[in-house]
Design a protein around this ligand. Structure first.
Ligand code: KIV
Length: 288
């Protein structure tokens, strides 16, 4: 399969093809996603929560995003790889955003970056594009705004907020974003924005009418037991599977069922015969 670009992702919307997206933070997971044909892999700052066990994404650093994006990009042959710009890496000035984004592109080989926020990010997005870095926007429930929002709350419930979200989406498209994440908004709002935009709107908790969907890998696979949102559908219960496997592993060791001789290295027969002569008593089965 040919490597996807920001323009091939945009073309998908024009052709009416829905875009599949997921987060990944490591090489083996990214390889599985890529092989399965997932269109877009986001190295999200959600890693602060699902990998580092924090209660928000705020402490994630540029170095951590670079480290995880490198692992992911190395595994990917066809998906578009997007690195999330962490909190504080683009909030000071467009110059700061460009310096950090160029660093992430050079060090990881990612295809684009994602920044959270609405019309207030236009100067940052324009500066990134002028520096040749494609940008994905992210509006609605933006986790980096958790302190200002007063929690992880669904956005766009009142008309005034809905109109602001629609304006933000149009402004980000005009600023040059190749796509937008719409997170945590009522489905009619997701529908209006997706219809109004020419660029793809990728939903997470934004209803079924978006141009594509993204989920956090650990949520959809049942690995995040810290509590998930109504919009998460679990496609597997990996935490349960891991727990059962760990019980079996310990039982097998304690009862001597693991490892078996088939899982061990034999000796050449002639050497084993010599060993028998010298160390025979040590090689006998224990009496029970
Ligand atoms: O950090 C992340 O994983 C994200 C997705 C939830 C869109 O921003």
């Amino acid at each position: 399969m040919k490597k996807k670009s920001v323009s091939s992702i945009r073309q998908m919307k024009k052709r009416g093809e829905r875009i599949t997206a997921l987060t990944a933070y490591d090489h083996p997971t990214a390889r599985l996603l890529d092989e399965a044909g997932i269109d877009l892999i986001l190295v999200g700052d959600s890693l602060g929560m699902v990998i580092q066990g924090r209660d928000s994404t705020l402490a994630v650093t540029m170095d951590e995003i670079i480290y995880h994006t490198r692992l992911v990009a190395r595994a990917v042959h066809q998906a578009l790889v997007v690195a999330d710009m962490p909190y504080g890496s683009y909030h000071l000035s467009p110059e700061q955003a460009v310096a950090n984004a160029i660093r992430v592109v050079k060090k990881t080989g990612c295809d684009a970056v994602k920044v959270e926020g609405g019309s207030d990010r236009v100067s940052v997005i324009r500066a990134l594009l002028a520096a040749e870095v494609p940008v994905m926007g992210h509006i609605g429930l933006t986790p980096q705004s958790v302190k200002r929002l007063g929690g992880y709350k669904i956005q766009g419930r009142q008309l005034q907020d809905i109109e602001r979200l629609i304006t933000d989406a149009e402004t980000l498209q005009e600023a040059g974003c190749f796509s937008l994440v719409l997170e945590g908004i009522p489905h009619p709002v997701g529908r209006i924005i997706s219809r109004k935009l020419e660029i793809p709107a990728i939903g997470i908790g934004a209803g079924p009418h978006c141009d594509g969907q993204i989920l956090v890998f650990h949520d959809m696979m049942g690995l995040n037991e810290a509590g998930t949102f109504r919009f998460v559908r679990q496609y597997a219960q990996l935490a349960e599977l891991i727990r059962r496997s760990l019980t079996d592993y310990q039982q097998d060791i304690r009862t001597g069922r693991f490892p078996s001789l088939e899982e061990s290295f034999p000796l050449e027969e002639s050497i084993e015969a010599q060993l028998e002569e010298i160390y025979g008593s040590y090689l006998e089965d224990e009496q029970t």
